[in-house]
Design a protein around this ligand. Structure first.
Ligand code: DGI
Ligand code: FE
Ligand code: FE
Ligand code: FE
Length: 188
């Protein structure tokens, strides 16, 4: 049931046109990276198409899902940015009938990263950052790194995201810091 066509139909109807453009850009970048780094193309496409499915859900939907799916109650203190991947994965499993745990895990970690990430999770994490519609200082360096070394691209994104969040003076989700500590050390 989770054909590309089904996912496109469902997700496109659930998000704004602008976000849909972003999602298609993420799919394009994810497929490119998947080819380069020998990641399954169907998993890469599915993960990309669904990753921001929940981004426009209301806070109430997430708060209820945290209870329903018995996720860590501490999550309730966070916001959409943190919820749409971690909590969103449960809504994606339910609404989009995604049963592939590797795809759901990639969605869960697409915003914060994780200490350890599968090649599929790394591909989604980086594709979300470098997709063609993204424009921010440093994106071209991230694109170049992604062509040469996926680990280095994850490390670069992690470092720059953390610096950006600190500059904005927003709270840092503990897992974001774990990701930083782990991937900065991995970079050779
Ligand atoms: O959903 P997207 O906009 O495509 O991208 P994303 O899911 O990677 O990131 C969504 C937002 O989450 C982005 O503005 C950065 C923010 N974010 C990432 N880590 C943290 C965070 N926000 C807070 N407050 N704390 C974090 O640790
Ligand atoms: Fe996202
Ligand atoms: Fe991201
Ligand atoms: Fe995204």
């Amino acid at each position: 049931q989770t054909t590309r066509r089904f996912l496109i139909e469902q997700v496109k109807a659930h998000v704004s046109p602008k976000r849909w453009q972003h999602i298609l850009g993420v799919e394009e970048s994810a497929l490119e990276l998947a080819k380069r780094y020998q990641v399954d193309l169907v998993q890469a496409s599915s993960a990309a198409l669904v990753h921001d499915y929940a981004k426009e859900c209301s806070d109430e939907v997430f708060l209820e899902a945290i209870d329903t799916y018995q996720l860590d109650p501490e999550l309730k203190q966070w916001t959409n940015e943190i919820w749409h991947g971690i909590v969103g994965a449960e809504l994606i499993r339910r609404d989009l009938k995604i049963e592939d745990e590797a795809v759901l895990e990639a969605v869960r970690v697409h915003t914060t990263g994780a200490k350890e990430m599968s090649p599929l999770s790394q591909v989604l994490y980086v594709a979300d950052y470098i997709e063609p519609n993204r424009q921010f200082p440093g994106v071209n360096e991230a694109r170049e790194l992604a062509k040469q070394d996926l680990t280095a691209a994850v490390a670069y994104e992690t470092k720059h995201t953390l610096a950006f969040l600190i500059q904005k003076e927003v709270p840092i989700y503990p897992k974001t810091i774990e990701t930083y500590n782990s991937w900065v050390a991995k970079r050779t």
